[in-house]
Design a protein around this ligand. Structure first.
Ligand code: MN
Length: 343
């Protein structure tokens, strides 16, 4: 990848280890540049990968002539005539600015190219995700114990408890706001926690994840009440069967669409097609949702050493919902389930 302007934050972090919130990268054939301002210069110097040249933009953004001169010098030095841009993350405002300071340069969209590289995880990335999930499970074990005692806690109470314990056990942060859904709220796939209090007969759906060294984990568990109804048991077992079938049959080389169908066809055949309206899984790494995707639209093959979630669900409006989600490493000689928490 060269002659590209990188503006997607996760891509910048992936390529350089830079964690600041403002900056962009320029990749040329012989050199990589990181442009950032005075707020992040020190952090960049201390943390980014070797061989990347830092350019301080503090004065440049104030003085457009200076920015233009410096920028053009670099473009000229590397004989750049066509510059790749990431349309998904370059704002119109910034795009116009780059257009203005880059006369004669042709812009070409390269969206998704770095994301493609990110699908294949290195040993270190796998290890960070495993650690992230280890913290996630330690937190979940505590939360599960609380749920089983059935105290008068609200969904919001538990969501905050998840964040607090994540911090206690060494997470950088949560990877998304936890979904904690009691009773019929579990029928809403991405329910936002409310003040609703836990009842003895409630099914409890918890979708949660942590971040460790920037890397996300993601897991969903559905906890049945002590005395589940026949219907709750039936739906739970159906989702579990669909998920386990997909986990055992998914392979690198399979398209995301075919992989999605492994669990979906079991749910559809049982007559719940209308109650499973979301994708069957997604890539995970620096972003909670990244390429690839297990869905109808994703017709490219899954890659060896990618990590994807498998998360089928069935949602019965005004009754309850069940979703079960694990993270799977697609290995050359078999899959590895990175999620150990009991189902
Ligand atoms: Mn997920």
């Amino acid at each position: 990848m060269h002659n590209c302007l990188i503006t997607n934050k996760s891509n910048i972090r992936y390529l350089s280890s830079f964690t600041g919130s403002t900056g962009f990268m320029l990749l040329t054939k012989s050199k990589k540049y990181l442009f950032t301002d005075f707020r992040y210069i020190e952090r960049a110097k201390n943390t980014i990968k070797k061989g990347i040249q830092i350019v301080d933009t503090t004065k440049m953004w104030k003085n457009e002539a200076e920015l233009k001169e410096n920028w053009q010098k670099i473009l000229h030095r590397h004989r750049i005539k066509i510059l790749g841009i990431e349309e998904g993350s370059l704002t119109v405002l910034r795009y116009k600015k780059f257009k203005k300071i880059s006369p004669k340069i042709k812009f070409k969209d390269i969206s998704g190219k770095i994301e493609k590289l990110r699908e294949i995880k290195s040993k270190q990335e796998i290890s960070h995700i495993q650690k992230s999930q280890a913290i996630n499970e330690k937190v979940f074990a505590k939360i599960k114990k609380i749920v089983q005692k059935r105290p008068r806690v609200s969904e919001i109470d538990l969501a905050w408890k998840i964040k607090e314990l994540g911090h206690k056990y060494g997470a950088d942060d949560v990877s998304f706001n936890p979904v904690v859904a009691f009773g019929k709220n579990s029928a809403i796939p991405h329910h936002a926690p409310t003040s609703r209090k836990l009842k003895k007969s409630d099914i409890v759906l918890i979708d949660m994840g942590m971040k460790y060294k920037g890397y996300c984990s993601d897991m969903t568990r559905t906890i049945l009440p002590a005395k589940p109804t026949e219907k709750q048991k039936e739906i739970y077992n159906l989702v579990l069967k669909a998920q386990q079938t997909a986990i055992s049959q998914i392979r690198p080389g399979m398209t995301g669409k075919r992989a999605d169908n492994l669990a979906r066809k079991i749910i559809n055949r049982a007559g719940y097609e209308e109650n499973y309206g979301h994708a069957g899984g997604h890539g995970i790494g620096l972003d909670i949702h990244e390429s690839p995707s297990l869905s109808e639209k994703y017709t490219k093959p899954l890659k060896t050493n990618s990590i994807i979630t498998i998360e089928p669900g069935i949602y019965l409006p005004e009754e309850f919902g069940v979703r079960i989600e694990d993270m799977i490493l697609l290995g050359k000689s078999g899959n590895k389930n990175l999620t150990k928490a009991k189902k």
